[in-house]
Design a binder for this molecule. Structure first.
Ligand code: URA
Length: 259
């Protein structure tokens, strides 16, 4: 694969064209140890080592990053007022073409996928594809067993908007926490669903997307890159009972995200 050096740098980083020109001019770009000052030179990024401003730029076509989102960050690539999930990524992973696949509210914590894979993102978000997302919710009032039936029938949230059937189950040894499975992502959906049953969401944490749980070792605000084969788990079928069993066994490790 041969590509112009400046084009390669632009596609794999968050550098603007002006940044790249400046770096070339300041002799801060090397290919296989040789300083280059001409961005139009063709290189083979799969066979060469490219360093820009001390940063090794490794060629990646598709990028998949799992982030354990803290409270206080919005899921967007840019925001004039708020900090975004992109601000949590280190320099090595910053590039112009990545975006969060789906949104969690500013005060929701947990699993966010950041990628440049548009078709995959579409699959994850489309209600037609039925890819479930799992959340642990901490409620202001005790969990009521009737929620199971109400959520399964499809809750009507404000102004008559109907939700798809959802599954919900009280977490063990806890009066006011529950696991919920959703197949869609309406604005503030879980908060509005619990408001509709006269409860209130105090904390919300996404713990799994499709068959891909958030890695246990990821602390709040931490992220890791995952491989394409792991991403395939997003699209594999899941079983609510199995997710519930896993959550019950590992419940203490999720507490850290929701307390
Ligand atoms: N439902 C909500 O209310 N908020 C989220 O962030 C996700 C689902």
């Amino acid at each position: 694969m041969n590509i112009r050096l400046d084009k390669f740098l632009s596609s794999q980083t968050d550098y603007t064209r002006t940044d790249i020109k400046k770096l070339l001019w300041k002799r801060k770009i090397s290919v296989d140890g040789k300083i280059l000052r001409d961005g139009s030179i063709k290189i083979d990024p799969e066979a060469s080592e490219i360093v820009a401003d001390g940063r090794k730029i490794i060629y990646r076509d598709k990028v998949y990053i799992i982030l354990n989102k803290p409270e206080g960050f919005v899921c967007a690539t840019e925001d004039k007022r708020e900090k975004t999930v992109m601000d949590l990524l280190g320099e090595d992973l910053k590039r112009k073409d990545i975006f969060p696949a789906g949104r969690l509210d500013k005060d929701t914590t947990g699993m966010v996928l950041i990628t440049n894979d548009g078709p995959l993102s579409h699959q994850i978000l489309s209600p037609k594809k039925h890819i479930p997302k799992y959340y642990i919710v901490k409620l202001a009032e005790s969990f009521q067993n009737d929620y199971i039936r109400q959520f399964a029938e499809g809750i009507t949230i404000d102004r008559g908007e109907r939700c798809l059937p959802a599954k919900v189950r009280q977490c063990p040894d806890s009066e006011n926490t529950a696991l919920i499975e959703l197949h869609e992502g309406k604005y503030h959906q879980i908060k509005r669903m619990f408001t509709a049953v006269e409860n209130h969401v105090e904390k919300l944490c996404r713990i799994q997307m499709g068959n891909l749980p958030i890695p246990e070792k990821l602390g709040i605000g931490e992220y890791m890159e995952i491989m394409h084969k792991d991403v395939e788990n997003l699209l594999k079928p899941t079983d609510f009972e199995e997710v519930f069993r896993n959550v019950s066994e590992k419940f203490s490790s999720y507490w850290i995200n929701i307390l």
